[in-house]
Ligand binder design. Structure first.
Ligand code: BGC
Length: 410
């Protein structure tokens, strides 16, 4: 059966500067990666996919896959390497990058902060500092002024909840703190405020440009239909989503000032009430039966529908800013892709206004603390030669984009 998507649906892939560009030396991540034990297998981003120099060929490959959009981030630490100093050469570089995407008929979705910050900003306390939203703003204004005419969709900040949890709870990201709940709240709230300021700055210059942010949705599902398990799952979901404090109230970030809701969804876990776990708020989280991806989680394509259904009440357009599978089994990726897009299609028919899907990711790249051990790409990259090879899943995605339909899912 053929499932056709609405006319004008965006088919793209998603990426982030630090994970693909290479030599991103002014960012806090660069310093972090040089510290022993931070990254799996002793990897560091190093030259990454050398995309900073190879972006033209990389976009040509996406064009070959019939993409009509691409999500990428602009690296703050390149544009503003020291506070208040803007690098005209780097601005020109990103003008070329965005211009090239336009030239190759792909609409750019531009992320302004995707996990990396300039070292000068991190030294001042980073996103845990009360000054952080204001410190972000000059960069935003500069991008709006100098690059705004080339941007199609704006995504101010990538996944505040993941960023705050990884930096201040699990210690996987810089600054590597553990269990600092107060800081975690502060960071999400500061990022939320920064989003609001960025939103206003963009709208002032481009009132019609769609502006939103990407919200990570890790799904926590009750292990059984028992009331206690349902309560446990709902409570754990609240903690995971880490709603920011705005004007003295907890507010879901998806309801923030935004023209669309950006959703990154990959995986989930089951939750059961467990009286023996006071340290975990009486919740036991575990993987459902099923195959684990390289990230160590189960990815059930049917969860996407639940995530999307929960957004209907906001009445806003939705873009899936990220979704994908970390595996070297490309056949699995292809099957997952078909199934998950079947779920997206069903959600659209149930009244969720999904306008586009950005697969994570175009090329195998630097997966943060997991280094190069995860393979999310539709395109393989030889780590020695940088040679790119389109995987069969990439060809399958191209067929979907070309026909604006998924075929053969029930
Ligand atoms: C992030 C990406 C990351 C992906 C897979 C998302 O949370 O935005 O940068 O590569 O997940 O882990």
């Amino acid at each position: 059966m053929e499932r056709r998507f609405p006319k004008g649906f965006l088919w793209g892939t998603s990426s982030a500067a630090h994970q693909v560009e290479g030599d991103n030396r002014n960012s806090d991540w660069w310093e972090w990666e040089q510290q022993p034990g931070r990254i799996k297998n002793g990897d560091s981003s190093a030259v990454a996919c050398d995309h900073y120099r190879r972006y033209r060929e990389d976009f040509a490959l996406l064009r070959e896959l019939n993409q009509n959009a691409h999500r990428l981030s602009i690296e703050w630490s390149r544009i503003e390497p020291s506070e208040g100093t803007f690098d005209a050469r780097q601005i020109r570089h990103y003008r070329d990058v965005l211009g090239e995407l336009r030239e190759q008929a792909m609409l750019p979705m531009v992320t302004l902060h995707h996990f990396t910050s300039p070292q000068w900003f991190a030294r001042k306390g980073g996103w845990n500092s009360p000054d952080s939203p204001r410190a972000f703003l000059p960069f935003v204004r500069r991008v709006v002024e100098d690059l705004g005419d080339l941007v199609g969709l704006w995504c101010t900040i990538n996944e505040p909840s993941i960023y705050a949890a990884n930096g201040w709870i699990t210690g996987e990201f810089p600054p590597g703190r553990h269990g600092d709940l107060v800081a975690q709240y502060r960071v999400t709230s500061n990022m939320h405020r920064a989003h609001e300021l960025a939103y206003a700055a963009i709208k002032k210059r481009y009132p019609d440009a769609p502006v939103g942010l990407s919200h990570h949705k890790f799904l926590l599902v009750p292990a059984t239909a028992r009331r206690l398990d349902r309560v446990a799952a709902a409570a754990a979901q609240g903690v995971t989503d880490r709603w920011p404090v705005a004007r003295g109230r907890l507010r879901p970030i998806v309801a923030a000032t935004s023209d669309y809701i950006g959703i990154a969804h990959y995986w989930g876990q089951l939750c059961a009430f467990d009286p023996r776990r006071p340290q975990d708020q009486f919740v036991r989280r575990f993987n459902p039966p099923g195959r684990l991806t390289e990230m160590g989680f189960v990815s059930d394509p049917t969860w996407m529908r639940g995530v999307l259904a929960g957004l209907r009440r906001y009445g806003k357009p939705v873009y899936i800013t990220e979704n994908g599978l970390a595996t070297e089994d490309d056949q699995w990726r292809e099957t997952y892709l078909h199934e998950v897009l079947g779920e997206v299609h069903a959600a659209i028919h149930e009244g969720v206004d999904v306008r586009g899907y950005f697969h994570w990711t175009n090329m195998d790249n630097f997966e943060w603390s997991k280094g190069y051990s995860c393979h999310f790409g539709l395109i393989a990259v030889d780590r020695k030669t940088q040679e790119r090879t389109i995987k069969p899943s990439g060809r399958a995605y191209a067929r979907i984009a070309t026909s604006n339909a998924v075929v053969g899912v029930n």
